[in-house]
Design a protein around this ligand. Sequence first.
Ligand code: NAP
Length: 332
Amino acid sequence: MKAIVLDGINLPLTVKYVDKPQLKANEALVRIKAAALNRRDFWIQKGQYAGLRFPIILGSDGAGDVEEVGSESEGEWIGKEVMINPAINWGDNEAVQGTDFNILGLPQNGTFAEYVKIPVQNLYPVPAHLTVEEAAAFPLAGLTAWRAVFSKANLQKGEKILITGVGGGVATFVLQWAIHADAEVYVTSGKRQKIKKAIDVGAKAGVLYTDKNWPEKIKPDGGFDVIIDSSLGTGFAHHIDLAKPGGRIVFFGGTASGDLPELNARKIFWKQLSILGSTMGSPKDFNQMMTFVNKHQIKPLIDSIHPLAHAEEAIRKMDNADQFGKIVIRID
Ligand SMILES: NC(=O)c1ccc[n+]([C@@H]2O[C@H](COP(=O)([O-])OP(=O)(O)OC[C@H]3O[C@@H](n4cnc5c(N)ncnc54)[C@H](OP(=O)(O)O)[C@@H]3O)[C@@H](O)[C@H]2O)c1
């Protein structure tokens, strides 16, 4: 089968021919029709991800048709169009993933290929209102955004939420979840055009995080109930002032820097702020997300769709923060 096989750090994403995966019981073989990029694929290519192993087929997100299943009892999936939940073996604790937890696309071979194998319990039917490319855009980023916004921040109708770096894949899902939850949404971005796009889909206002005075320009009366951040960096220190007393700040990534800046601890305890780490999501989070997507007939914000042979060009878009929303790979 054709696949994007990465043989080592900093090598380009190129198509190679490899064997089809061999199934075990309770696994399904999915013929992938569309996949989507995540920052994770970029970090792995750069060698900046834990547990690297090569060669590896990248890709956590995918949708396609079930061609085979490892046990007869799951035969009802054969021929169905599915999307894949890449969070494997979450475990039974809703609060945190277990020790067997892993994400499709490292250490297990991923979705940038004609075929992928995946536990049957990670299959979900593609909603009728979505194309296969749209379905492929949801899983990793949508799930991460869902847990951050609802399971962690417990965003309520009418609350004010700040989303930093709104052009990112996860951030655009945070934007969509918050708009459909009837929150008042504010954004930051490195590019004016992306702020405009966020306002076009329902955000109230936005500022460039490259402006020196951006926190003063965006702070609403009283501050934000919820701040969702995936960049860390020096900008994170402003969140302590931007949050309302009792506010919730959730983060799940460090695109701008690997660590937290110095924070004013006295303000954190006096204002009774919650600073919450989050990662991916449980099967319950995924189910809740899909119920919400179906109820509101939500389509993802897709930046662009590229053929598998152009995967390297597609991942370079991330390098330049060129994207607004998800970058999708079509596998013909
Ligand atoms: N823990 C988890 O489970 C989990 C899951 C998914 C992702 N993540 C992490 O979350 C981050 C986002 O992932 P993604 O796939 O959405 O990446 P992405 O699509 O590449 O988006 C990254 C975005 O970060 C923004 N950004 C860059 N520098 C910034 C800064 N100084 N301040 C504010 N925003 C900045 C940019 O937004 P603008 O273009 O608007 O400027 C960029 O588009 C990554 O670090 C990723 O590793 C973690």
